[in-house]
Each structure stands twice: as C-alpha cells, then as structure tokens.
Design a protein around this ligand. Structure first.
Ligand code: GDP
Length: 425
C-alpha cells in the first residue's frame, strides 16, 4: 500500500497527529518535500514532540523513516531535533532513519540570505520563516549547492564548496554588503553537524525499491498544504517546494511508483501563518476566541496564526489538487464553544459570487468572503469515540463539509491525543 498524507489548505491541518496515528499501519514513512520551515506536533504516550524535519514515524521503534531526495536539510537543525528526540527516549539510528544521498543540504548562508532579503523588503516582506528554504531550493535549481551524498566524499567536498561560495559571495558581499561567507567556517559547520549523519546517508531509491518489491507499505508525509504549493498555491506567498501528493513518488525517490491513496488532512476551520491572501480571515474578538480555542500559534515559530471559518472554496480546491481519496477532519472539538459555526461558502469577486479558487494574486487579494452560519453543537465532544456519540449538529456539520468539498470524510479528530478520533467508515 502506497499512501500519501497531505494538507488540503494552508498547512498546520494536524498532519503530524494523523501520521502518528496512521503510521502504525505502515512499515516506512517518508518525508518528500520541504525542510524545517514547518512543524508537526505529536502527543502520544511517550510525550509531546515537535518535529520539523523528522518523519513522524520516528516515534515508533519498528518504523523505518526516510528523508527523500525532494527535501532540504539544515544539518544543524536536524542535529538539534535528533538530540531532543533522544532526550525524550526515542532511539534514532541508521536502522530507523535513512537519508537520501540526493537530498539537498541547507547551509548557514541560505538562512542568512533569507533573513537579509526579508530585512531588505521591510514592510513588503513575505513572512518567510527565515530558515533558508527558498534560497536553498533556488540554489538547487541553479545546481549550485551540495547534497547529502557529498558528505561521503569529504576529499572533493572542499573544492566543490569553494567554487560555490565564491559565486555566493557575489550576492552576500557585493549585493547585500554583508561580510563574506567563509569556506573554513562552512567546512567546520559540516564537520560538526554533517559528519555524524554520514552513516545515515544512502541510496534511498534502492532501499524503497526493494521495500516495494517486498510488499512493504509506505506512507508519504507532506509538509504544509495545497495552497502553499509553488505552482498551484497562492504564489508568491507559497513555499518553495511542491506540497502535492502527485509529487510524493518523485520527492521520495521512487518516481515510477503509483500511489494507492491520498489522505487529505483538513481542519474543521481555517488557519494561516504569515503574509498573503487569506480570504476567509476573521478579525477582532471572533478571531481571538477561535485562535485561543484552537491554540493557533506556529509550531516552528510560535507566531500567532491568522484564523477563519471553514473555507469551502479553498478546501474544495485543495481536495481536488491533492487528489484526495478521503479526508481526515481535525480539531472539530475546537468548535465546541460556538453557538453558530461560521463557514465561508463562496467568494465575492467583481460583484459576483464564485466557487472557484483564483489563480491570480490580484484576484486573490480582491476576493471577499461570503459567510454563512451553521448551527453549532455547543458541547464538549472530546470524549466521543464512535459516530453515534457525536451530537446531531456535529454530524450535520461533517456531512455538510463532505458535500461541499465533494469527498468523503473517514476520520474525525476530536483531540490531540492518539486515541481521540472517530472512524466514520
Ligand atoms: P501539522 O503541521 O499539520 O501537524 O499541524 P500542527 O503541528 O499545527 O498541529 C496541530 C496542533 O493541533 C497540534 O498541537 C496538535 O497536537 C493539535 N491537534 C491535532 N489534532 C487535534 C484535534 O483534533 N483537536 C485538538 N484540540 N487539537 C488537535
């Protein structure tokens, strides 16, 4: 079974929690795009873990975790994450974690450039996480950065980096007027944070190929959501990578593989980190109450998230782009406090109502939400474990969403704990 687990919206849909739950059924979990610019929070019997780079299957001893060719790895960050997980009693060895020799290394100057550019932009900033993700993907496509496999060829690494850094300093020093990047410092950084991972680096394409031949089940874990996809999202307020399920086989290193299913993770309301169009956004007390109820503060950055009601237009679009087989709806319990649930049912654009998600940034900026209010369930549902435990209004809300997005909902999550969910079919 090859399954992708993806976000249908702006990210932070609760993917980590669902992967932690579903990974039990899979032998291998693979991260296939992005870097440490988003976070998963997982709470289980071992404790609470925030993971930015590690696949969520790392919390299960028997699962093999793979960082695929499509991702970018800040080695210093990965070291820190591994150390925190080990402190929490999680074992991490080359048997549990395999890193693709084709994965791209995010170097300290990528982070530096991300920050320099955000500072240069001032008020016009993109809201980058300043973790170097766009600069390193840009260098990947310029073919001017190093890959994890280079750590296995230490002798040629210095020469390769010397040429790249000479080129990079044209931007750092001459462009931004910052002091130049030092080759010695980068080599020392790689020695400290890269060398310890050398035993984990391998040809994961071969490993996954044999896993498929042996009939193992593989879960492809995405970061962020459909609306952050570089091509199909709210460009330029997107991530630098492809967040869609269709990219999973490529980013994982097995481009010939076909997915059996794509599970869309969708939140019962909306949230968005950073700048850019967020049409269903709520403001004032209504927003503050929802933000507090949902604990909507970034896992990677701690930034308060922008929040809104469920967005039918964006969610239907995201579901389609992700080719979802079915949905896991998360955080339904958060809406318990509401007597009426706000839902953005359409957009208004140029005086007309539309159900289509715009592709153009000017249209995205101009669109206004059309809000309707559905009956709330107004009671605690966090102990519900079977469909029949849910109050009628909660089930009606679930059925409303299914119809609106044209996709069945299979799981409903009613709390952050591993067992706090309901299976509908
Ligand atoms: P991800 O990047 O998509 O995994 O999203 P986040 O890391 O932002 O995770 C969402 C947050 O909500 C985490 O703190 C989870 O523990 C929590 N969470 C996930 N599902 C639920 C749920 O159904 N109810 C509640 N109350 N919290 C949840």
């Amino acid at each position: 079974m090859l399954t992708s687990i993806v976000g249908t919206n702006w990210g932070d849909e609760g993917k980590g929690r669902m992967v932690d739950l579903l990974s039990e059924n899979y032998d291998v979990v693979v991260r296939y795009q992005g870097g440490n610019n988003a976070g998963h929070t997982v709470i289980n019997e071992k404790g609470k873990f925030v993971m930015n780079l590690m696949p969520s299957g790392i919390l299960r001893d028997e699962t093999v975790n793979v960082l695929g060719p499509g991702i970018v790895i800040d080695l210093e960050h990965l070291s820190g994450e591994a150390a925190r997980l080990r402190e929490g009693g999680i074992e991490i060895g080359p048997r549990h974690l395999k890193i693709s020799d084709r994965a791209t290394v995010c170097l300290p100057y990528h982070k530096l450039l991300d920050g320099l550019e955000e500072d240069r932009l001032g008020d016009k900033k993109f809201g980058s996480t300043r973790r170097g993700i766009s600069p390193v993907y840009a260098d990947k496509y310029m073919k001017k950065t190093i890959r994890m496999g280079d750590l296995l060829h230490w002798d040629s690494l210095r020469d390769r980096l010397a040429g790249i850094i000479e080129w990079k300093n044209l931007t750092v020093e001459k462009g931004y007027g910052h002091e130049p990047v030092s080759l010695d410092e980068i080599m020392a950084w790689l020695e400290t944070f890269g060398r310890p991972f050398a035993p984990y680096v391998c040809n994961t394409t071969e490993y996954l190929g044999s896993a498929i031949r042996e009939g193992k089940s593989i879960l492809f874990e995405a970061q962020l959501g459909a609306l952050r996809d570089i091509d199909f999202g709210i460009y330029p307020y997107t991530s630098a990578s492809t967040t869609l399920a269709a990219y999973a086989p490529i980013g994982a290193g097995i481009p010939y593989a076909r997915l059996d299913e794509s599970i869309g993770i969708m939140k019962a309301y909306s949230s968005c980190v950073g700048e850019g169009p967020f049409i269903c956004e709520l403001f004032g007390d209504e927003a503050e109450e929802l933000r507090k109820a949902g604990g909507e503060y970034g896992a990677a950055t701690g930034r308060p998230r922008r929040v809104g009601g469920f967005d039918v237009v964006a969610s239907r679009y995201g579901t389609l782009m992700q080719g979802c087989s079915y949905i896991a709806l998360t955080k339904l319990d958060v809406l318990s406090y509401l007597k009426e649930i706000p839902v953005c049912t359409a957009y208004e654009l140029d005086g007309r109502k539309t159900g289509y998600f715009p592709s153009d940034i000017d249209e995205l900026n101009a669109a206004r939400p059309v809000y309707e209010y559905l009956p709330g369930f107004h009671c605690d549902i966090s102990d519900c474990r079977r469909p029949e435990d849910l109050p009628r209004a909660a089930m009606d809300y679930i059925r409303y969403i299914e119809k609106a997005i044209n996709c069945p909902i299979r799981y409903v999550s009613v709390g952050p704990e591993r067992d706090a969910y309901i299976t509908l079919f």
